[in-house]
Design a protein. Structure first.
Length: 305
């Protein structure tokens, strides 16, 4: 007779070795609250060709709080997962990284859109970057065979529930910082931004970008607004290229019709910093309104003590 008893590593919770604060946590929680987090979950469930039954077990495990804090590195995620044994298991999730030539194609495609570069330099990763990368024949989000989860547990399933749980919690990392998707493809935020700045600075006229010579022309004509599209141009160099020993002073642009909204920071202050993120946003919004009123000669109201 064939036994129907599940192996010892199957889903059983008789011995819960997690800390008390982690037990029974988030039975209804969903993964991927942000656009990027949601896209990661979609890729995980619809494109990555992983066993849906195994993913379902991993989703439940992640909701229970069994996964310790994730560590992300280029093309790699590491975590400890508490199973039915006293000692946690070690999980690694590898994501296929782009090689040097592929990254060149990706960065060239992004740099061709000045709006994308501006958003990235402001700490944002616009969803349109997915289409930009797709135009090069590559996929920014992983496809079949590009997610490789491994665990130190004896379960030979691919993935086991511990590794599948970590896969889901990667969505949380992308909720906090969308640049995690670029890191998993092999490049940290700083390297990506440096490469984009270099491309903008070396752009040539006629390519749809503003070069150093374009900046000099803007100085000569007083078209100060044109200079806002220049990345990495030193002001004294732009004046030197103008040719006139006494170039005209650029005319400042008129203020907008209404106060601008401050740029949202990519990551909230650390929990132990004592800084309330919402209070910080309110202070920034108030400062933006005061600056706008000063620029439009509309005096701000009396100050609070």
């Amino acid at each position: 007779m064939t036994s129907t008893q599940e192996p010892w590593w199957a889903d059983r919770d008789e011995e819960d070795h997690r800390p008390p604060a982690a037990r029974g946590r988030g039975s209804r929680r969903t993964f991927g609250q942000s656009w990027w987090g949601g896209q990661w979950v979609s890729a995980l469930e619809d494109r990555a060709a992983l066993d849906p039954g195994r993913l379902s077990r991993g989703r439940s495990y992640a909701r229970r709080g069994a996964v310790d804090r994730l560590t992300l590195a280029p093309g790699l995620v590491m975590a400890s997962v508490q199973g039915s044994r006293a000692l946690p298991y070690t999980v690694t999730v590898r994501v296929t990284t782009f090689d040097k030539d592929e990254w060149t194609r990706v960065l060239d495609a992004i740099a061709a859109q000045i709006g994308r570069v501006a958003a990235l330099l402001d700490g944002e990763l616009p969803p349109e970057v997915v289409d930009d990368v797709g135009g090069t024949g590559l996929g920014l989000l992983p496809g079949p065979g590009e997610i490789q989860p491994r665990c130190s547990c004896p379960d030979v399933g691919d993935p086991c529930k511990h590794a599948a749980a970590v896969c889901y919690l990667i969505a949380d990392a992308m909720d906090e910082d969308p640049f995690a998707v670029l890191l998993l493809r092999g490049r940290p935020r700083g390297e990506v931004l440096s490469a984009l700045r270099a491309r903008r600075a070396s752009a040539t006229p006629g390519s749809g970008r503003t070069s150093d010579d374009d900046a000099a022309a803007a100085v000569r004509s007083g078209r100060a607004g044109d200079i806002t599209e220049v990345a990495g141009v030193v002001a004294r160099d732009a004046y030197a290229r103008a040719g006139d020993p006494r170039p005209a002073v650029p005319v400042p642009p008129l203020p907008p019709d209404r106060p601008s909204q401050p740029v949202t920071v990519a990551v909230d202050p650390p929990p132990g910093s004592g800084i309330d993120p919402e209070a910080l946003r309110l202070v920034a919004a108030a400062a933006a309104e005061r600056a706008w009123r000063l620029a439009t000669a509309d005096p701000p109201g009396p100050q609070s003590p």
